[in-house]
Design a binder for this molecule. Structure first.
Ligand code: 5U1
Length: 677
């Protein structure tokens, strides 16, 4: 590097190191230690040095993550060690048969340890590091030859550009899965929809599509992640003797290892692990399509060897598929709380994502047009995570000659009022308002729901009966119901009627955010209801607020302000609020005396380890809403540590300092009590 001052070179090297370390803290450990603005400042400084002295630009420079010049085409890469595929097991019996084959071949009788890993639904890749610096990224391709996607791989923040060690192996190949978390997938499709672009069917296709971009700036914008799961080639360092230690080594070098990886002492633990992971599958941040079990001992792996293109020492136990094909039998139109008329696909029942599905949403007219779907079509249905099943694709080759166009109704299927579509909106709505019994029923169901007034025992069927028998027209009527009226209803005895009256009574003491949410004001979800309550403190102040006042609330823009204002401008809504108040609904007013009255004001909390149900950033946000400061490290000033799965040194320190520790379940319960979960 002739011509560049030694001091400048050193400064660039320090910046590279700092940025790579902060990147690892942020993207792999989910534990940033500096604010984003400071990170940006360091990045800008390095960019400036590199643009002044282009020879300083190294392969491991974090400035290379933002994407470079577009490529003409991808080059081929021949894998020196082929990237194998895995045999599949579809049942406990298949897994036990695999274990029998393994133990018989090894002539073992005692327990055998396996590593259990979630099988991420993404794209398998190989990363090559020379003297600790990432020099090549390639797709698996057919296992022998893949594509060189180095420029794209460099943009993925959880992939270290440089190994975090002073003594790297001279050559290292790391294998793993690049995937798109569900939130990234939803965001990508929302953006594609807004821009009229093509939607991806699932996160795996989206990850593959993102990696096949010749312009790495596009890849950089896609929030891809990579979890490492094995070594390929390694030179200049003796590899560990077990697979579990290999993962620990990879983690130490800066790779992301899935937090749910576990070592099972024997095959029975593998069976329990399957049940455990299946139970939390829907709450995980990314799609997984099964579990990979690997014999932990590398010596035993070598003795077992391979058959055809799969190892004898590993197997993939598949989960029920999240996408299946079925037939669209009919389309019905459902009317929601706000009058939205939603086309619902009636399907030939199909087992998908672990449940039998016979209905799936088609969202709206635009979506029906986008899918090009007709009644009688064979369709692909996806059910993943907590989301309701969706029709994601039509199998056009299977379209029968009798397939029928889907016609949207001009009148509400329930109350016959005209259906309208406001310009600029995708939704068609019944114009009947409270005349429409479907809208009334939905409004009452929403009012009674768990996150609103939480009226136990007031289920959907009961609401349908109450409205159909004219016992309840609007939510305030609920509080006038009598025992004999309730006891006379279908599937209601005296006891259930009494319990419901008690639940109605209990619901009268509530919180302002819950009540606001329960009113069902358009676009006012739980978070907005909380912001409104916190800002205005009293119902009266909110009712009198102008649209300008409303827009002063954080997260409230002109659209929400319009809906809130419009709601309280309608005398029938104000009357319902009065009647509810007369019925005894009450809550403590929120006194916004700075943050002093927030339950965690003045406290410092630390989050560590993996969270299954709620991501760490979401948990952090909620604790902050309750007034806590959330810090990255444990000290004597820490009031409480939330220790999730695999918590390590921070938990130990908390125990040493005798600091209160909560597990994830306790945190969720605490948040629930504070209306934040
Ligand atoms: N987690 C994980 N996924 N996966 C895929 N481990 C893993 N290992 C694989 C594959 C194909 O192959 C090795 C067992 C060779």
């Amino acid at each position: 590097m002739v011509g560049v001052d030694q001091a400048v070179r050193e400064e660039a090297a320090i910046l590279r190191q700092q940025l790579n370390d902060h990147n690892h803290l942020y993207y792999v450990l989910d534990d940033p230690s500096i604010p984003d603005a400071e990170y940006d400042r360091l990045m800008r400084k390095l960019q400036q040095l590199e643009s002044e002295h282009p020879t300083l630009k190294t392969a491991d420079s974090p400035t290379q993550r933002v994407g470079g010049e577009p490529l003409e085409a991808f080059k081929s890469v021949v894998h020196e060690v082929p990237m194998l595929s895995l045999d599949n097991a579809f049942s406990d019996e298949d897994l036990l048969a695999f274990h029998r084959r393994v133990t018989e071949r090894l002539k073992l009788s005692g327990p055998l340890a396996y590593v259990c890993e979630p099988k991420l639904d993404g794209v398998a890749v190989s990363l090559l590091y020379q003297d600790g610096v990432l020099i090549r990224g390639a797709t698996r391709g057919d296992g022998s030859t893949g594509e060189n996607i180095t420029e794209n791989v460099r943009t993925i923040n959880s992939i270290p550009l440089k190994l975090q060690t002073d003594e790297p192996p001279s050559l290292l190949e790391v294998r793993g899965e690049i995937y798109l978390p569900r939130t990234g997938f939803e965001k990508l499709n929302q953006e594609a929809k807004a821009g009229g672009g093509k939607l991806f069917v699932n996160p795996r296709n989206a990850a593959a599509g993102s990696l096949r971009q010749l312009d790495s700036k596009i890849t950089a914008s896609r929030s891809l992640e990579m979890a490492a799961y094995s070594l390929g080639r390694i030179e200049g360092l003796q590899p560990p003797k077990t697979h579990s230690k290999t993962l620990v080594l990879l983690k130490g070098w800066g790779f992301l290892i899935n937090p749910h990886v576990e070592v099972a002492g024997d095959i029975n633990d593998c069976l329990s692990y399957y049940q455990k992971l299946l139970g939390i599958r829907d709450q995980l941040p990314c799609d997984i399509d099964g579990i990979v079990y690997k014999v932990d001992d590398i010596g035993l792996q070598q003795r077992l060897g391979f058959v055809a293109r799969a190892p004898r020492w590993a197997i993939a136990r598949k989960f029920p598929a999240q996408e299946e094909m079925t037939q669209l039998l009919d389309v019905e139109f459902q009317v929601g709380r706000t009058g939205a008329v939603t086309p619902v696909a009636r399907l030939e029942p199909i087992f998908v994502g672990g449940v039998t599905v016979s209905n799936a949403t088609l969202h709206n007219q635009d979506e029906v047009v986008r899918l090009g779907v007709k009644v009688g079509d064979t369709v692909i249905v996806r059910r993943a995570g907590d989301v309701i099943p969706k029709v994601v694709k039509v199998v056009l080759e299977k379209r029968p000659a009798t397939a029928k166009e889907i016609i949207f109704p001009l009148h509400c299927p329930v109350c016959d009022s005209p259906v309208e579509r406001v310009e600029g909106e995708v939704v068609t709505r019944c114009s009947g308002g409270l005349v429409c019994s479907a809208q009334r029923k939905q409004a009452i169901k929403h009012y009674a729901s768990r996150k609103a007034m939480d009226i136990e025992g007031l289920g959907d069927k009961l609401v349908d009966q109450l409205v159909d028998q004219n016992l309840v027209t609007a939510v305030d009527d609920l509080y006038g119901l009598k025992l004999d009226q309730l006891a006379g209803l279908d599937r209601m005895g005296n006891k259930s009627a009494q319990n419901l009256l008690l639940a109605l009574e209990a619901s009268k003491t509530t919180t302002l955010p819950r009540f606001l949410y329960a009113l069902g004001i358009r676009e006012v979800g739980e978070a907005t209801a909380r912001s409104l309550a916190k800002h205005f403190g009293h119902m009266a102040a909110l009712q009198q607020a102008s649209q300008e006042d409303l827009q002063e609330v954080s997260d409230v823009g002109p659209v929400v302000a319009h809906f809130v204002h419009d709601f309280f401008a309608q005398s029938e809504n104000v009357e319902i609020v009065h009647k509810l108040s007369d019925a005894g609904i009450c809550w403590p007013d929120i006194v916004s005396d700075g943050d002093q009255l927030l339950p965690l004001a003045g406290q410092t909390w630390v989050l560590t380890g993996g969270m299954d149900v709620m991501g760490r950033s979401e948990a952090k946000e909620k604790l902050q809403q309750l007034g806590a400061k959330v810090a990255g490290s444990v000290s004597v000033k820490t009031d409480c540590v939330v220790a999730g799965a695999g918590a390590g040194s921070k938990l130990k320190k908390a125990e040493e300092l005798d600091i209160r520790v909560l597990d994830e379940a306790a945190l969720l319960e605490f948040l629930r009590k504070n209306d934040l979960f």
